[in-house]
Design a protein around this ligand. Structure first.
Ligand code: TYD
Length: 138
């Protein structure tokens, strides 16, 4: 089941009294090649981001600062994950409707993406997503 593939991936953490360091390398254990990086910041506490699915895009979502929740919906189940650990990323595979909410003050959401930005890859209509994902799962 698709939701089971969407798990937390642990990243390397170099602990140091001067502050910790986490790095991400293409050669690491990521399930996809990184073609794009973007980040969300200054997100108001009551705001909801996401609210869409992707046809082909894979992502790794990381709370590099603060915390927020990610709700994943595969069309046949949902789960909500609290992200608050800079050395862990949530892998989100294609054909998953996602919403991000409950951003803490000053939080930063870093996203590694497998493809360049392409509006044609988005489902922005939930009913259209549900129709297609259920067709795919049949
Ligand atoms: P969107 O993906 O809907 O934001 P989120 O999922 O974080 O809530 O993108 C918001 C706007 O930004 C939309 O007009 C598309 C644009 N955008 C880009 O131009 N490039 C990008 O890499 C991303 C992620 C978004």
């Amino acid at each position: 089941m698709k939701l089971d593939n969407c798990t937390l991936i642990s990243l390397p953490k170099i602990s140091d009294p001067r502050g910790n360091l986490t790095y991400i390398e293409q050669t690491g254990n990521l399930p996809f090649d990184i073609q794009r990086v973007y980040y969300l910041y200054d997100v108001p506490a009551q705001a909801e981001r996401g609210g869409h699915a992707h046809r082909a895009l894979s992502q790794l979502i990381i709370a590099v600062s603060g915390s927020f929740e990610v709700t994943l919906d595969s069309g046949s189940g949902t789960k909500t994950i609290l992200l608050n650990t800079p050395w862990q990323g949530l892998y989100v595979c294609p054909m998953i409707w996602r919403t991000l909410q409950s951003f803490s003050s000053g939080s930063i959401c870093l996203v590694l993406a497998s493809l360049p930005y392409d509006e044609a890859d988005y489902y922005r209509n939930y009913d259209e997503f549900i129709l297609d994902v259920r067709k795919e799962n049949r």
